[in-house]
Design a protein. Structure first.
Length: 85
């Protein structure tokens, strides 16, 4: 069986849900529920409301997706985090 083509969309997180899921509003106005990709979990990349993200979706279910990239923010570091020496 061939692997299906994934569609990639840009969006913004608007809600944090239980179990590592997020509500994301895509650029085209659709809202989808996404889960954090394994590589993002592995490297402990945290996402908060308002982050710009990249979402991969299958053409068979356009209501769910996978969060694969969080755009780097230029804002200040999160309180409690320090640079390592």
């Amino acid at each position: 069986m061939a692997k299906e083509e994934l569609m990639t969309f840009e969006g913004q997180i608007d809600e944090i849900l239980p179990d590592g899921r997020f509500g994301v509003v895509l650029e085209n106005g659709h809202r989808v529920i996404v889960y954090t990709a394994g590589r993002m979990r592995r490297f402990r990349i945290r996402s908060v409301v308002g982050d710009a993200v990249r979402v991969e979706m299958t053409p068979y279910d356009l209501t769910k997706g996978r969060l694969v990239y969080r755009e780097r923010g230029g804002g200040p570091a999160v309180a409690g985090q320090r640079k390592r020496r």
